[in-house]
Structure formats: C-alpha cells, structure tokens
Design a protein around this ligand. Structure first.
Ligand code: ZN
Length: 279
C-alpha cells in the first residue's frame, strides 16, 4: 500500500521542541522514527571496507573525528520514511555507485539515463532533513521560508512551486568528484571521508550562500544565490551543476582548487597518521 502525504496539511512548523511529535513531512501527530539525516547506506559502504569513518565538520573550530555513529533525529513517521525511501532514496543512493550507465573519463564522469527530477529531489531531501533536525550540528542550518517549499516539492514529487517558478531556479545543486592529483592523499581516503553538511556564506549576504557535504568521494553543493531577477536565476549555470538532461557530466575537481576542503583534508590526514595507517 502506498502512502502519499496529504497535500492539504499545513506546514508542520519550525524546529521547536513542542512539535517533536508531528511528522515533518505529513504534519500528522504520529510516532516518529529516528530518521537518518544522511542515508544510512553510505555509512554501511564506508564501514564495509573495515576502515574507520572520518567525520569532518565543515567549520574551523570542530576538529575532525573518527567515529561510527551517523546523525539521526525523530523527524518522520513510518509511512513518510517509506515514501522518501521509495520515491527518492532507492534511486538516489545508487547514484554514486559505478554502474553500466557510468563512464569514467580523465576529467569527468559521464552518467547516462540520468533521472534529474528524482536525483535533484533526493539531494534536496537530505538538506531538508538536516534543516528540520534539532541536532546541535545543524543549528546553523535553517532554510527559513524555503523549507515549506521544499517540503511541498517532496510531497508532490515535483520541482514546480507555481506554474512559472521551479525550486531549481533558485537552489542549484552541483555534484563533483574530488580527486588529488599529486597523490599525497589517497583516493581511498577521499572516498572514506564523510563531510557532514556545512554552510559557507559569502562575505556579503548579496553574494549568496551554499551548503555542502561530501560522501563517497563526491562533493554535493547546494547554491542559494541572491539574484533579484528570476530570469537571471533561471539562466545561471555553475560548474558540474545537475541539469535536466538524460546524460550529464560530473566534473573531477582537484582538492587543491577547494581551499577550505584541502585544509580540512590536511587535518584529516594528520588524524589518520595519529590513528595508524588506513587499511
Ligand atoms: Zn508522516
């Protein structure tokens, strides 16, 4: 039996303690499951190689840690967990796995039979869960007025917000494969590193902001650009941006080109050396 969250229920509200029993997706008062913020299968994959999970927070004050737990919070009822799983995660968690539709080139990875709407909403569902969570590490991650729009898109399985406006006009998702050409950091380590969802702001608010996380060697960025004109927003294109096409290219980006990431990685590498060589 399939469950479709009601489209009529009002926005279940912001992250306050009193709302804890109302499901963030359908808005109904129900027993809530401990939902994974980042899908559990990534953790399984990382841990299956007998290695430790390297967890890095995207801020400068929290040191990287080696840990086994994954962030969970009571956000969704059983039916809504199933709904997200069936409609987004089944497809989304396969996205980074090498498949017959994946062709690895020197500078990019080509993915055929790309299901844009599902993959876009899948990545958006991860950011949305983190924004709905009361976990301390996501304290800064608030999406304000955008959160109810994302929720509506997830429920409707659609990118449309109105006949003229789509969610992907103002939230662009870019996915790139992180590499390290000099070989100082092994690809194995890059793939094992889980970078939790973090925020990076421009110096001025008008420069916009982005959230990102990294998993399986891929960096996923959500760009919120403050542009006054919808036409400009629609037209803006970024490196390795997910687009509505059947074949897409995910660019490979050397870690040295991403200053914040490379400084995080040098700290991580040091931690690994302290903890013993990765197997
Ligand atoms: Zn629900």
């Amino acid at each position: 039996m399939s469950h479709e969250p009601s489209k009529l229920v009002k926005n279940p509200g912001q992250k306050t303690i009193s709302n804890k029993a109302s499901c963030r997706l359908c808005g109904e008062e129900k027993a809530l499951r401990k939902s994974h913020i980042i899908p559990q299968s990534y953790y399984r994959r990382i841990k299956s190689g007998n290695g430790q999970l390297l967890k890095v927070r995207g801020d400068e004050t929290t040191p990287p840690t080696l840990e086994n737990s994954d962030p969970k919070d009571r956000l969704l009822c059983h039916d809504c967990e199933q709904f997200i799983d069936k409609n987004y995660e089944k497809e989304g968690t396969q996205f980074f796995k090498p498949r017959s539709s994946t062709i690895v080139m020197p500078n990019y990875i080509k993915i055929k039979n790309f299901k844009y709407r599902i993959i876009y909403l899948y990545f958006l569902s991860i950011l949305w869960r983190a924004s709905e969570s009361s976990l301390p590490q996501y304290k800064e991650l608030t999406l304000g007025n955008i959160a109810p729009l994302i929720r509506q898109c997830l429920i409707n399985k659609s990118l449309s917000i109105s006949p003229q406006v789509r969610i992907d006009h103002f939230i662009k998702i870019c996915v790139m494969r992180i590499t390290e050409k000099s070989g100082t950091i092994s690809d194995r380590l890059i793939k094992k590193c889980l970078l939790d969802i973090a925020l990076e702001k421009g110096e001025e608010l008008s420069e916009g902001f982005l959230f990102y996380f990294m998993i399986d060697g891929f960096l996923v960025c959500y760009l919120f650009e403050v542009v006054n004109s919808l036409e400009l927003q629609k037209a803006a294109r970024y490196l390795s941006q997910l687009e509505d096409r059947s074949t897409i290219k995910l660019q490979k980006v050397d870690i040295s080109e991403l200053s914040q990431l490379s400084s995080l990685f040098s700290t991580v590498t040091r931690k690994v050396l302290e903890a013993g060589p990765p197997r």
